[in-house]
Design a protein around this ligand. Structure first.
Ligand code: SF4
Length: 253
């Protein structure tokens, strides 16, 4: 009797690579990054290539920064074998598979089918802008950790989706490992306090990360300014951490 055919799972990707997590409390952890195409926001400071193209990039060797191109949409069934191979060849050094974007939750219907295949290999780390709670509900049992951003109007230029963030956090609180804010000189005290109160209410054990915006010339804020922002946010939440991005400094992807 023939074995049932495996359903092909296809999703547009941008790139797949192995590198260090460069943001927040997981800094330094080796992850396999799967960058999904598409985003529901349009942040002013976005420097991520997330638009869907005819092709996507996959590292030829994990961590090599050498890429080959494949046609979109990607076949996630085949990608599972790449992940398994990389994890074996790298002495199990990877801590998790990072679903990043763009906004990976735009593909929740496909993730729901694919993630049960990946979970036996590595835990799933979801990087999200925290504005799609309905989509999160669909895959929440399959996600191990969630890193959520709140895009502040001051820095991102987009209207902050406070109500959606509240719904998202209420739903995912148990798996939230951090909430991040990109901050710069335009960030207001009102925004910091509102974000701090939100975390305090819905995920009280979760750290709120202030991530200074990275410019070509360096960080957008000096240490003294960051201490001041930390103090302000600290009036609303007990665990405020200042953590800059590090991947630019290390020269990794
Ligand atoms: S949510 Fe992230 S990927 Fe989307 S536009 Fe904003 S910074 Fe870029």
């Amino acid at each position: 009797m023939l074995a049932p055919a495996t359903r092909k799972i296809e999703v547009p990707l941008v790139e797949v690579f192995s590198s260090l997590q460069g943001e927040g409390i997981m800094i330094g952890c080796r992850q396999i990054f799967v960058r999904f195409a598409g985003c529901n926001l349009a942040c002013d400071y976005c420097d991520t290539q997330f638009h869907e193209e005819l092709i996507f990039n996959v590292e030829t060797e994990p961590g090599s920064k050498q890429f080959m191109t494949l046609e979109n949409p990607a076949n996630l069934n085949e990608l599972k074998h790449v992940i398994l191979d990389w994890q074996c060849r790298c002495n199990n050094v990877h801590q998790s598979v990072s679903l990043t974007g763009g906004e990976p939750l735009l593909h929740a219907d496909k993730l729901k089918v694919w993630l049960p295949e990946i979970l036996p290999i590595l835990p799933i780390y979801l990087e999200t802008n925290g504005t799609l709670p309905d989509e999160l509900r669909d895959i929440l049992p399959l996600v191990s950790m969630i890193s959520m951003d709140i895009k502040l109007h001051s820095t991102s230029g987009t209207d902050t989706a406070w109500d959606l963030h509240a719904n998202f956090m209420a739903l995912g609180a148990e798996k939230l490992c951090q909430v991040k804010l990109v901050v710069d000189a335009s960030t207001t005290a009102e925004e910091l306090i509102r974000a701090g109160k939100l975390v305090s209410q819905y995920a009280p054990g979760c750290p709120l990360i202030l991530q200074p915006r990275t410019l070509a010339s360096g960080l957008s804020l000096d240490g003294r300014s960051l201490l001041e922002l930390q103090k302000i946010a600290g009036s609303a939440h007990h665990d405020i951490r200042v953590i800059p991005q590090i991947h630019h400094w290390l020269g990794v992807c």
